[in-house]
Each structure stands twice: as C-alpha cells, then as structure tokens.
Design a protein around this ligand. Structure first.
Ligand SMILES: Nc1ncnc2c1ncn2[C@@H]1O[C@H](COP(=O)(O)OP(=O)(O)OP(=O)(O)O)[C@@H](O)[C@H]1O
Length: 279
C-alpha cells in the first residue's frame, strides 16, 4: 500500500534574503538566506531579540518587503512571480494586523471592515453588509458597528483590525506584534480570540512576538531568529528536547510550568467541588 503523501505547506519561503541600505550606504542583511514552511491551519510564531529580522521575515510572506533573492509561495502560487495586478488579487488570501491597529480614524467600524471588500469592487452592497456584520460578530463587536476608532479601547481596536483582515476570507492571517500595545488582561482575551478564530475558520496564523507567554498560549510551532536567520524551530507542545537557544529553553520552561499548573488545577478541582457540595 502506498504511504499517504504529506500535504504541501500553505506557506513556503524558499531561500529568501533581504537587505536594507543604511544611511552610510552599506547594505545591512535583515534576513539572511532562509527557508521556512508553515502548514495549513497552523499557528506559527516568529520570535527573537529586537532587530533579529522577525517583522521583515513576516512582511516577506505577503511581499510588503520584496526579497532580494529567493521565492515566496502561498497556497500553491509563487507570489514572487506575479505581476502587480495578480499580486493585488493574491493578497486577498493574506490578511494582516499590526501593533498599532492601523485603523482609519475618520471612518466607522463598519467602513473600516468594509474597506478591503470595497477596494476590490467585486462585491455588491448587500454582500458587503452581510460579510462585515459576520466578521464583527466573529470578534464579538457587533454592537460597535457605528462607532469610530477613537471611541474604542485598544483591545476593541485590535478586534476591528482582525475583522477587517478576515473580511476577504483569507487563508493566512499575519500578525505583527498584535498584543504589544495591550495590557496583560486584554492580551489574554485577544489571544483567546485568535485561538478560537484559528479553530473555527481554520485560518493559518503567523505571529511575530517578543512575548514568550504569547508563544506558549497561542502557537503550535515556533521559529527562533537570530541575526536574520532561523536558528531553531520546534513544535511548542512537542516532546521535551535539548534546545539550542536560550529563547527555546525559556519557551520550554513556560510550557512545562503551564502544564504543571493545569495538572494541579485538575487535581484540585474535585476537592473544591466537594467543598461546594458540602457548603
Ligand atoms: N526599511 C528599512 N530600512 C533600513 N533598515 C531596516 C528597515 N526595516 C528593517 N530594518 C532593519 O533590519 C533589521 C531587522 O528589522 P526587523 O524589524 O525585521 O526586526 P525585528 O526582529 O522585527 O525587531 P523588533 O522586535 O525590534 O521589531 C533591524 O536592524 C532594522 O533596523
């Protein structure tokens, strides 16, 4: 009997490289030759110190940064081979959210979420209306449809940004430090929301973060970057292994700590329940 063949990755960065010109004219290698694959439905974290090249690598996925060398594939298409018009259409497959939300301040929540649908001119009014309301429902913000961004909290603004990113039904959601501007309670709620969205609609998430608890709480796989290169990559809940990097060891320690806490809570639960029953 033949072996089942593994599904091809949804995202493949193949030997990509990106350098920037410094003010003194020298070239700075932000991403050195890198190959990276992300499976469909995954939640994949990119972590590393400041300046390691995380955001640049993320922005290579939708060609917000064009690689100096190498190829980028998303959902079976080579984005690096597309014309500008083809690329604009292909980008409908890739939503993105940012640290500072990037909402249009003088537009309502409805108009912010409708924006990516309107610019492509392929959707009728009723269709846009239904899709905007569906996306706001998905992020729990239906009642804010007529508000303006200034009337929302940071967490709510990021939810609007998520609804806007998801409106064109992308297969991929890129997240560039989405919780860095949020307090810890709001961060927890937003991570829960992203987890639910990943499970509910199967969108593949790639997230840049410098917060290791975000990796522990959300990601299934993680790649650790140093000086523009992936130096280590592993399954976050995978078997304990000796990690090459300090960040890898710290992620493992967090995962183990969380798992111990969960076991302790589970062990304590029947006692608490008995206590309640006797009260
Ligand atoms: N447009 C640009 N022009 C010049 N240099 C850039 C540009 N974008 C990024 N860089 C440089 O490339 C390097 C990698 O930047 P990048 O933003 O990808 O890192 P990062 O790991 O996301 O860092 P941080 O966590 O601080 O955001 C940094 O040294 C940065 O200064």
């Amino acid at each position: 009997m033949s072996q089942p063949t593994a599904a091809p990755p949804l995202i493949r960065l193949e030997g990509v490289r990106k350098s920037f010109r410094l003010p003194n004219g020298e070239a700075f290698d932000a991403v050195r030759r890198t190959t990276l694959e992300v499976s469909e439905g995954d939640v994949f974290g990119l972590v590393g110190q400041s300046g390691a090249g995380k955001s640049t690598l993320l922005r290579l996925i939708n060609l917000l940064e064009r690689p100096d060398a190498g190829r980028v594939f998303v959902a079976g298409r080579e984005l690096t081979a597309l014309s500008r018009t083809e690329l604009r259409a292909a980008r409908q497959q890739i939503g993105m959210i940012f640290q500072q939300f990037n909402l249009v301040q003088n537009a309502t929540v409805f108009d912010n979420v409708a924006f990516p649908l309107r610019i492509h001119g392929r959707h009728g009014r009723a269709e846009i209306d239904a899709r905007v309301r569906e996306c706001l429902d998905l992020v729990g913000l239906s009642e804010k449809v007529d508000s303006y961004p200034a009337q929302l909290s940071g967490g709510q603004k990021q939810r609007v940004a998520i609804a806007r990113a998801l409106a064109p039904r992308p297969q991929v959601l890129l997240c560039d430090e989405p919780t860095s501007a949020l307090d810890s309670e709001t961060t927890r709620a937003l991570l829960q929301q992203l987890r639910e969205i990943n499970q509910k609609i199967g969108v593949t998430i790639v997230i840049v973060t410098h917060e290791l608890p975000v990796v522990q709480a959300l990601c299934r796989h993680v790649a650790i970057l140093e000086k523009g290169q992936v130096v280590e990559q592993f399954a976050v809940d995978g078997p304990v292994a000796s990690r090459k990097t300090v960040l890898g060891q710290e992620i493992d320690a967090l995962v183990r700590q969380r798992s111990r806490e969960t076991h302790q809570q589970q062990a304590a639960a029947p006692v608490q329940l008995r206590g309640v029953a006797h009260a």
